[in-house]
Design a protein around this ligand. Structure first.
Ligand SMILES: [Zn+2]
Length: 145
């Protein structure tokens, strides 16, 4: 299981740079039947070369309280204090080796990728995330979610 902080710490610096022009187009917040918080966003980054701005589905789901976090009911647990599961429909998350290493740490489901080890683009299986998730992490912290 992983926290957002852990994923951020393994994400390459260039992805943080790329995230600077990424925007959240819409944000939906909710809770599962057991009260766990989730956020689902439409995110987009203008492609300066092609002049397009594809839109992706980016999400975070709270799984459980991380060890050492303040003991609060699940419904009051902040995303930063929790182990989470993440997903993004963008090509980076799918094809650059995000999903499988995160899946092996119970921090993602195999949903967008083919589930094979990213032997070429992430052979060390670092648990990194895409720019869309970085922006969504920041938004959640800003909103106190
Ligand atoms: Zn993404």
């Amino acid at each position: 299981m992983l926290t957002l902080k852990k994923m951020e710490s393994q994400t390459p610096g260039k992805i943080f740079n790329n995230s600077k022009i990424t925007k959240i187009i819409s944000l939906r917040k909710g809770r599962t039947k057991i009260g766990a918080r989730y956020v689902v966003a439409k995110t987009s980054t203008p492609d300066l070369y092609y002049g397009k701005a594809p839109v992706y589905d980016t999400s975070i789901l709270v799984l459980k309280r991380k060890p050492g976090a303040v003991k609060v009911p699940l419904k009051n647990l902040r995303i930063s204090q929790a182990y989470v599961k993440v997903a993004c429909s963008c090509p980076y998350f799918t094809f650059w080796g995000c999903e499988v290493p995160l899946y092996k740490s119970d921090a993602a489901d195999i949903f967008y990728s083919n589930g094979k080890d990213p032997n070429i683009r992430n052979p060390a299986q670092r648990r990194w995330v895409c720019k869309h998730l970085l922006v969504l992490f920041k938004k959640c912290a800003f909103e106190g979610l």
